[in-house]
Design a protein around this ligand. Structure first.
Ligand code: SAM
Length: 116
């Protein structure tokens, strides 16, 4: 099921019983790359936004709650971090895992302390 659709969000929320009951939301979603950097960045950010939408409904508003999300580095991703993630979490870091090739634009946001 396409996670960017309303139906998917509704089904996900239905499968986790009760609002604000989740400690961690981790999204490893990534669209197949097309070779077009702009298209790939947009597709990646759409998935991040879908994961965040779920996290925003489900995460506990506690210092220990966490949203971890794979993304492609881009100007739009920087804006999403600044305008959304940094406003909704007490701490946001970008992490590149050892498994990720150095030339890859793939990273993770590690966001702690959901503020609601
Ligand atoms: C890097 S793989 C993650 C693999 C996963 N960690 C695992 O162990 O199976 C990226 C995943 O994102 C999924 N994906 C890509 N676009 C998606 C979408 N629109 N909705 C839901 N999943 C999507 C793909 O199906 C793929 O399984």
């Amino acid at each position: 099921m396409d996670a960017t659709t309303r139906d998917a969000l509704v089904k996900l929320v239905e499968n986790v019983h009760g609002d604000r009951c989740v400690d961690v939301v981790l999204s490893d979603m990534m669209a197949n790359t097309s070779g077009n950097p702009i298209r790939d960045s947009v597709a990646s950010l759409d998935l991040c936004m879908a994961a965040f939408e779920f996290a925003a409904v489900m995460l506990k508003t506690e210092p220990s709650s966490a949203f971890i999300c794979k993304y492609f580095m881009s100007r739009e991703a920087d804006e999403f971090r600044k305008d959304t993630l940094e406003c909704r979490f007490s701490n946001v870091r970008a992490v590149k895992t050892a498994a990720s090739r150095s030339e890859s634009r793939e990273q993770y946001w590690v966001c702690r302390g959901f503020l609601g």
